[in-house]
Design a protein around this ligand. Structure first.
Ligand SMILES: O=c1ccn([C@@H]2O[C@H](COP(=O)(O)OP(=O)(O)O)[C@@H](O)[C@H]2O)c(=O)[nH]1
Ligand SMILES: O=C(O)[C@@H](COP(=O)(O)O)O[C@H]1O[C@H](CO)[C@@H](O)[C@H](O)[C@H]1O
Length: 212
């Protein structure tokens, strides 16, 4: 069974290296695909210095498109979705996300931060279904295409689809893992604006899903 990790990355030069480090030596990972989503920093350059296939999108297309482009560029049976802004990614996190799928105990795993940082732990406690850390059988992705999901809508759509199609989902805890929050990346004002935009994407993904 081939396993590929798909990482959408928009200006993540500060963190992408530490995400790719454990992945590039992990025994379960066959292929690493980084989609640099119109980044204007050194994200692509850093990713190329690891054992990664780097797809450079000229213009920013949003997280959902970046992930779907990554999935189209691999024939792997299992897709591991990870964000490029994780802090503290370790071998154990990668294994815990993948093992239930390899053992055929689940079709999708959702990783939940635990004891990483108060704010990011709390966000995932409140809305675990939004997590960007997942392992998924490839066949599950095909079911997404007809829903025309965009930007930050992919996790919501995957979660709703799993419910509708009776996809077996398992939540796994990811201890001591966190990510860089929008306000930390972009500052309080722009971070808040992009947070609101993210919630709009999530709600519109749920509405599209319901009416498709
Ligand atoms: O237009 C975008 C926005 C985000 N991302 C990537 O999607 C992941 C999650 O995005 P973000 O960090 O903004 O979300 P958060 O983790 O703050 O919810 C990160 O790897 C981003 O670099 C992307 O590829 N294109
Ligand atoms: O946890 C959340 O509330 C959001 C926002 O995270 P931050 O406020 O930037 O820490 O992040 C998640 O949701 C997004 C939409 O589903 C995903 O794309 C991210 O990967 C995920 O971290």
């Amino acid at each position: 069974m081939k396993i590929a990790v798909v990482i959408p990355a928009y200006n993540e030069e500060k963190t992408i290296g530490n995400v790719l480090k454990p992945l590039s030596t992990h025994k379960l990972i066959d292929e690493i695909i980084v989609i640099s989503d119109g980044s204007s920093d050194n994200t692509a350059k850093i990713a190329k210095s690891y054992k990664a296939c780097v797809i450079e999108l000229e213009k920013n297309q949003g997280k959902t498109n970046a992930v779907l482009i990554g999935v189209k560029n691999t024939d792997a049976d299992i897709i591991l979705m990870l964000d490029a802004d994780l802090i503290g990614l370790k071998d154990e996190h990668i294994t815990s996300l993948l093992q239930p799928i390899i053992d055929k105990k689940a079709d999708m795993t959702i990783g939940i931060f635990k004891s990483g940082r108060g704010a990011t732990d709390l966000a995932q406690k409140i809305a675990p279904f939004l997590s960007g850390q997942r392992a998924i059988s490839r066949s599950v992705f095909y079911k997404l295409e007809k829903h025309n999901v965009k930007d930050y809508g992919i996790e919501m759509a995957l979660t709703l689809m799993a419910e509708k199609e009776k996809v077996r989902v398992q939540r796994v805890y990811l201890p001591n893992l966190t990510h860089v929050m929008k306000e930390e990346k972009r500052g309080a004002f722009l971070g808040f604006i992009s947070r609101i935009k993210m919630y709009v994407d999530i709600i519109s993904s749920a509405i599209k899903f319901k009416f498709n």
